[in-house]
Design a protein around this ligand. Structure first.
Ligand SMILES: [Zn+2]
Length: 459
């Protein structure tokens, strides 16, 4: 989602491109270009018929998050607060019901605006430049404190009686109960025996500690390292975007954890649609490693109980893969797909430099899918492995279609079912909420009630 403050580019751009120095520079750059018709036909010939599972999940959860950064007071534009709004909606597929009249494309602008304002979304506020939260010594320390306060309170709780199912609980669970931090986020002190050791080890009940060197409070959520981009007077938008990206992934993981523990049968019949690739970027990227293992454990656990794994989809609507997909779309037969393996990516999308794409950031594999109706999507599914690595072997494994089993067909079926909503609207939960019988997932422990009551439980 773009920043609200983002403005259109200023004029004068075409003058610059005509400048001979700029022309010479551009001639020295390699970048993505429209493939020739012959190239596009050749790429398209490798696409395979898209599988179907013939079944749909009972419920679909869609999530979307947007960052904002605004001055508190217009007279002091460099005093900023960052906000993140994350929305989750639950759609009951069996009670599928198109809310717009048959054949109508009419979207009620008032209803849509009301959904955008929806008070049920998860809201977070973060101090930006020139703001000291709760009397902290620096903007950065206040930022850390604000992240901790908000990720550990009821706001992110998915269970009414247990504080375990918050983002805080998930951060520990992803690390098998013990999350380490090498440096003090306030004074940069390290362990007396060097960086091979963690200075802080967070466990349940010991999520807040005090730095032995500077006495600053250090929080479990500091392991996300989002605060590292925060300075006293700098723009906070990049830290807010990183926070949003990590929190969206952690909220879904928290929901999945709670259901795996309390309602595995319901989880087995669910699909989750996230906005964007299955990846975590920037300082918090290390959780992409733990998310690979997490979704693997969930799959194994459900299979052990004789259940199917939930479908988790990262849906990309822009970015390099989609730009490539659109550039060849008219050559692709309807109802086909291709795995965006490292060879494909290197040849047509962006240079992978013989490395494993996404080693540091991704926890899912992208597929380009052109539906039977002719719409094109980039669909990510969690890597089918217990852990990821940068090896050639992992590069093969993550793109080995047989390892996805029926999950690929099941994911494509979800996309086919909600195709128009996913395609036409930039904000997927809003599209689904608007057009289908859906329920907004309220923060603060009420989610479980919503899943298990309200007639939304599979019988
Ligand atoms: Zn310290």
């Amino acid at each position: 989602m773009p920043y609200q403050r983002e403005t259109a580019s200023k004029g004068g751009h075409s003058d610059l491109v005509r400048n001979p120095d700029i022309q010479a520079f551009l001639n020295d750059c390699a970048f993505l270009k429209q493939p020739s018709d012959d190239e596009a036909r050749s790429i398209a010939s490798a696409y395979l018929p898209a599988p179907t599972s013939g079944s749909l999940p009972l419920k679909v959860v869609a999530s979307d998050a947007s960052p904002y950064a605004d001055p508190i007071d217009d007279k002091f534009p460099s005093t900023q607060v960052g906000y993140v709004k994350a929305s989750l909606v639950l759609v009951d597929v069996r009670q599928f019901q198109d809310l717009s009249p048959p054949g109508s494309r009419f979207v009620d602008p008032f209803k849509l605006a009301a959904l955008h304002r929806n008070a049920d979304s998860y809201s977070f506020a973060l101090p930006g430049s020139n703001i000291r939260y709760k009397g902290s010594a620096s903007v950065k320390d206040g930022f850390r404190r604000a992240v901790w306060d908000q990720l550990s309170d009821e706001r992110t709780s998915f269970h009414p009686h247990s504080r375990d199912f918050t983002v805080r609980g998930t951060l520990l669970a992803l690390e098998n109960g013990e999350a380490g931090l090498k440096k003090c986020p306030s004074c940069s002190a390290v362990h007396p025996q060097g960086l091979a050791h963690d200075l802080f080890v967070f466990t349940a009940g010991r999520e807040v500690q005090v730095c032995p060197a500077c006495n600053a409070e250090v929080y479990l959520t500091d392991t996300l390292r989002v605060h590292e981009q925060v300075t006293d007077y700098g723009d906070c938008t990049s830290a807010v975007t990183r926070f949003m990206n990590a929190v969206e992934q952690l909220l879904i993981a928290t929901f999945v954890r709670m259901l795996a523990e309390h309602h595995p049968q319901i989880l087995a019949e669910m699909a989750f649609i996230l906005d964007g690739p299955l990846a975590v970027f920037g300082q918090p990227a290390s959780i992409s490693f733990t998310l690979v293992s997490f979704y693997h454990r969930i799959r194994e656990e459900l299979r052990r109980r004789g259940l199917r794994a939930p479908i988790v989809i990262g849906l990309q609507k822009d970015g390099q893969v989609m730009e490539h997909a659109r550039s060849i779309a008219r050559f692709l037969p309807n109802g086909t797909f291709h795995v965006v393996d490292d060879e494909y990516r290197d040849a047509y999308i962006n240079s992978v430099n013989n490395e494993n794409f996404g080693t540091e950031t991704y926890f899912g594999q992208d597929f380009i899918f052109k539906t039977e109706k002719g719409n094109i999507f980039t669909v990510g599914l969690p890597y089918p492995a217990a852990k990821k690595s940068g090896t050639k072997e992992f590069s093969r494994l993550k793109s080995d279609l047989t390892r996805y089993g029926s999950d690929l067909g099941r994911a494509f079926d979800v996309v086919r079912h909600f195709e128009l909503d996913l395609y036409e609207n930039a904000v997927i939960p809003v599209a689904l909420a608007h057009r289908h019988a859906s329920i907004s997932l309220k923060p603060g422990g009420k989610v479980l009630d919503l899943v298990t009551k309200n007639g939304l439980v599979g019988s």
